[in-house]
Design a protein around this ligand. Sequence first.
Ligand SMILES: C=C(OP(=O)(O)O)C(=O)O
Length: 509
Amino acid sequence: MPLPKLIEVVPFSAEQLAQFKATKAEIVIPGSKSITNRALVLAAQATGMVTLKGALWSEDTEAMTDCMHRLGVEVDVAADPEVAANRILTVKGCGGKLPKGGTEAEPLELFVANAGTAARFLTAMVCLGDGVYRLSGVPRMHERPQKELIRALRALGYRIDTPNDMLPAVVYGGGPKPGRVEVSVEDSSQFASALLLSSRVGGWQVALSEGADPDELPYVEMTRQMTATFPHSGGTFQIEPDASSASYFHAANALFPDVAPVRVMACQPPKADGGTGWQIDAEYPRLSPVAAVPNPSSTALSGEKYLEAHGVKEAVAEAVAEVLRTRPADPLGAISGLLGAREESAAKRRKVTVSRKTDLGDAIMTAITIAPLAPVPFSFTDLGVLRKQECERVRALHDELTKCGARVLESGQTLDITPSEAGSLGRATIKTYHDHRMAMCFATLGLAVPGLKIEDPSCVRKTVPSFFQLLGAAPPGGLGVHIWECDPVSGARVRRLTEPEDLFAAAGK
Ligand SMILES: C=C(OP(=O)(O)O)C(=O)O
């Protein structure tokens, strides 16, 4: 589906929701961007052929694959018969000896677009080559931090020329230079990941700077575990679905708890030939802000953390203690009666805190966007790194949510969100700032809030090019959402991009 400059996502109607009850959507989530781009770097440095199954095919992974081709690393790209949005990538590992490199007069050009993973991981990897490489990206990538990684690589003995410690940068390959290096992850955990991914070939011992808490670095842990389990001498590596991309569909589920139409096909059980369970955003269903009342029986909401966050554990303990004290004839009935009241009052008084360091990764943006619809106030903390990503995300979320009528307070690196009255949100034209997650988050909010128009929705191609197909396609493969093309100047609806009345017919309803 080609995407126009401005679209409107139309909230589910009562009729649609009723139809959903019978239809049961099953959304297949494309592969993980973070795992695909890590796997490409590890596969390039392997000593044999590595087949990456379930690899994401999007702007970020295509940028990484193009760079690999330019470096002379052979990557065969084949369709994935299981998931159209994925590819099977077969990489001929070069054992760390990059086949191609440029000269000082004519460096080999590597264009990383706006892929933070490609920018950081390749800066470290090309240090192992023996040519000269010039890395550049889109203008926003030239503003994103790179300084600490460059400092660490220079400390290991590599030459990197850049006027401002950002991209564009010229890297002089120097081959393996064994040594110990410390790196700070304050601006991005990808600095540590970049060093770790190339440390086996480079002979680098990588330590986090003092003060960095490994428990607060789930993406570094992902890198460590992938590096430890990767088939470095050749074999097959299975990439799991992207948990951050799944968060939009989990949010859709939580927004319509009575219907619960969506089974999100993601983060499947561990497989013998590959990794799984490495994505912090797999926590999203447990921390989703929206649920009318915390409901321990709903699979989307179960889990220790969620129950704790919403005060349910406390309510259970109090109710059981009280029943034990009074010894009623029907103890179970008494407990559940008390629990209902306890959960409700716990939910009302509690402010839930969700941290970008310990609780969620990129999917924290999904939680922030739907938080105005939650029954309790939410505080999202430690958001500093979001300011230096695809856009200034803290400000962007604040401004666009405020535009929708939400009550959002930005203080330091925290966003506090107060519940909004039902029906008080909507009718806004959302800027997306070239940020895929802004488009996906606000399209998700649009499922429940009327009149949300989204500018430049095609930016979703960075990580989920099929996002609006998944939203608009007929169930069971999509959500069957109504999407309109709008006139970019007047905002008026021009043409419906999806044909909702046909959607359920197509699904056999
Ligand atoms: C921060 C993100 O991407 P990047 O890999 O470019 O850092 C993201 O996907 O939200």
